[in-house]
Design a protein around this ligand. Structure first.
Ligand code: SF4
Ligand code: SF4
Length: 113
């Protein structure tokens, strides 16, 4: 049974930010994150994004080890106030079996009745 969202507390383990794959940007997020970083949209997309499988949408880039480019050494997010909807949706709007096991917050949170 999944944890109760009302009592879930993120443990900042960074597991969800280390999974290789797309961190897709929805309309508006490119401009918002660029502004947060003090960059224009072109500079931001050049430095921090790549195309997704459909060659049309954008994803944040990842480091060689598969971690998100914005994951900091202390497991916090460099763009926390404006992080993409995909990030805010984990683990209750989307999840994978592997991530469910890896998420320390889920392990420590009581299940919903
Ligand atoms: S944007 Fe932030 S929360 Fe989202 S994957 Fe990257 S480091 Fe994690
Ligand atoms: S895997 Fe879970 S506990 Fe770890 S940073 Fe992500 S949401 Fe927080």
């Amino acid at each position: 049974m999944l944890a109760d969202p009302a009592t879930f507390r993120c443990r900042c383990c960074g597991a969800c930010c280390r999974v290789p794959g797309y961190v897709a940007l929805v309309p508006g997020e490119t401009e918002t994150i660029a502004a947060f970083l003090g960059l224009d949209v072109y500079a931001f997309t050049e430095s921090y994004t790549r195309l997704t499988w459909n060659r049309r949408d954008l994803s944040l880039t990842e480091r060689e080890d598969g971690a998100c480019i914005f994951l900091l050494p202390d497991n916090t997010c460099r763009i926390q106030p404006v992080k993409p909807a995909q990030c805010r949706g984990f683990p209750f709007l989307w999840r994978t079996p592997a991530l469910l096991k890896a998420c320390e917050g889920l392990r420590d949170t009581p299940a919903r009745n």
